[in-house]
Design a protein around this ligand. Structure first.
Ligand code: NAD
Length: 487
């Protein structure tokens, strides 16, 4: 298990020798102690990325792509070990790490590996005699800051398009979950990425993260995390006016109409909120039910929630593991009191499990509360296995409730009415909408939000473009330009 910083192709200690304990969320034991980057380490990483940039950006795009494809293969070759590392570090059930996190990570690197030599420019039809063409040029050194909820997958979402487009990278994983990104760095070195092209600097946000966001030699900062931290990133980025991409929080509306296939909707709504213990920006954390089906739906949804197998994430039977940190567990549980103070009804959960075997871990039972649209639990991102149920009578009311939030990331709806489905998909203020499904993602489909959920997009050509600058080149082919001045 790698536990040092990865700078210029080598694993090194932090310059001041600082470390951070990485804990196992299942039992609070210390898994390892990792080097904690501070500003000086970030400076060294940015300098290494800056030195690596000229050669990397001039390398044939297909050769860059080939390295990403080799990395995807290496991830598959080490799939089981990576899945175990991710589950140990984050608390993801191993069945999800095996079936989702690892394959999706490989698929995303492979997608961008294939795209590296397909990033075409364009020719603009300007006046006769001139040729104008537009190149997509890499930005330079990009800084990437990621949270703890999907650390492995986010290495590919962030690094895939940036590297394919010819940028070099300094990535800061969360101080809570750095292990899989360090392992990815190791695999990158093994498959032949040149030194300095990727640098991994785990460390605290207010030190390492802050320095990366303000660094004058960083051309773009891509951030995934909370909306509050996103604002700090924008402030820190101002010194050199670097480009900023923000993937922030969410409060996903998941609307179930009275004509929906209830079996599918109950299952889908459970997946929308309880997958990864609800620690997902796109989680369907506001379940908006038509009043005609609400009681029956809730009874079935509650029964399903109470049947979810909670336990050690490394047990293949486990369907829900612990939250990633003790502090976060306490924050999630505090929302039960907040809900009740405002008159919300606790339908189920709201506590840690009674099982003694889980007592030292950061577990929370699937929690359902019924509230009103403007209650805090219907407005604030809880980021846990905590869903707020709201009821509606008319389509207009459903839309008003769905849009009564400052966030705008994921959303979903369940109906058999095709026209209504498309009408809502256009009218819900969100970057993504799922119809009769939830939480589908693909490396080819743009991912991101509006409003307080941020700006910029990950995945697909959108992401590649976000990691480039348009460079316009004018050529005088055979134009005769009359003199403006003199004779
Ligand atoms: P966070 O904002 O606390 O931390 C995210 C990252 O930013 C971490 O690496 C942290 O160390 C770093 N950081 C903290 N303070 C910083 C500072 N002042 N300067 C620079 N970096 C700093 O978020 P979190 O609690 O780790 O993650 C959960 C949040 O992430 C939720 O709000 C969730 O919705 C959001 N999220 C969004 C997406 C998306 O794609 N929109 C995806 C996953 C998670």
């Amino acid at each position: 298990m790698q536990n040092q910083l990865f700078i210029n192709g080598r694993f090194v200690d932090a310059m001041d020798g600082a470390t951070i304990d990485v804990r196992n969320p299942h039992d609070d034991s210390v898994v390892t102690r990792i080097a904690a980057a501070d500003a000086a380490d970030v400076d060294a990483a940015v300098a290494a990325a800056g030195r690596a940039f000229p050669a990397w950006s001039r390398m044939a795009a297909a050769a860059r792509g080939r390295l990403l494809l080799r990395l995807a293969d290496a991830i598959e070759d080490h799939a089981e070990a990576l899945a175990q590392l991710e589950s140990l570090d984050t608390g993801h059930p191993i069945r999800d790490s095996r079936a989702l996190d690892v394959p999706r990570t490989a698929a995303c690197f492979r997608y961008f590996g294939g795209m590296a030599d397909k990033l075409e420019g364009s020719v603009v039809p300007v006046e006769p005699g001139f040729l104008n063409y537009v190149q997509r040029a890499p930005i330079g050194v990009v800084g990437q800051i990621v949270p703890w909820n999907f650390p492995l997958m986010f290495t590919s979402w962030k690094m895939g398009p940036a590297l394919a487009a010819g940028n070099t990278v300094v990535i800061k994983p969360s101080e809570l979950t750095p292990l899989s990104s360090l392992r990815i760095a190791e695999l990158m070195a093994e498959v032949g990425f040149p030194d300095g092209v990727v640098n991994v600097v785990p460390g605290y946000g207010h030190t390492a993260g802050q320095r990366l966001a303000e660094h004058p030699q960083v051309g773009k900062i891509a951030f995934t995390g909370s909306t509050g931290t996103g604002r700090k990133i924008v402030e820190a980025s101002q010194g050199n006016l670097k480009r900023v991409q923000l993937e922030l929080g969410g409060k996903g509306a998941n609307i179930v109409f009275d004509d929906a296939d209830l079996d599918a909707a109950v299952n889908g709504a459970a997946w929308a909120i309880f997958h990864n213990q609800g620690q997902a920006c796109i989680a369907g954390s506001r379940l908006i039910l038509h009043e005609r089906i609400a009681d029956e739906f809730l009874a079935r949804f509650r029964a399903l929630a109470e049947s979810i197998r909670i336990g050690n994430p490394l047990d293949p039977q486990t369907e829900m593991g612990p939250l990633t940190s003790a502090q976060h567990r306490d924050r999630v549980l505090s929302y039960v009191g907040i809900a009740q103070e405002q008159g919300a009804r606790l339908v189920c959960g709201g506590t840690a499990p009674a099982d003694d075997a889980l007592a030292r871990g950061y577990y929370v039972m699937p929690t359902i509360v019924e509230a009103r649209p403007h209650d805090r639990v219907a407005q604030e991102e809880v980021f846990g296995p905590f869903v707020t149920v709201l009821r509606f009578r008319t389509d207009d009311e459903a839309l008003a409730i769905a849009n009564a939030t400052d966030y705008g990331l994921g959303s979903g709806l369940w109906t058999k009415d095709l026209s209504r489905a498309h009408r809502f998909a256009s009218a819900i203020r969100a970057g993504m909408c799922w119809i009769n499904c939830y939480k589908r993602v693909s490396p080819g489909s743009p991912f991101g939000g509006v409003g307080q959920s941020g700006y910029g997009r990950e995945m697909g050509f959108e992401a590649m473009h976000d990691y480039t600058e348009a460079r316009s080149v004018w050529v005088n082919v055979d134009a005769v330009i009359p003199p403006h001045f003199g004779r």
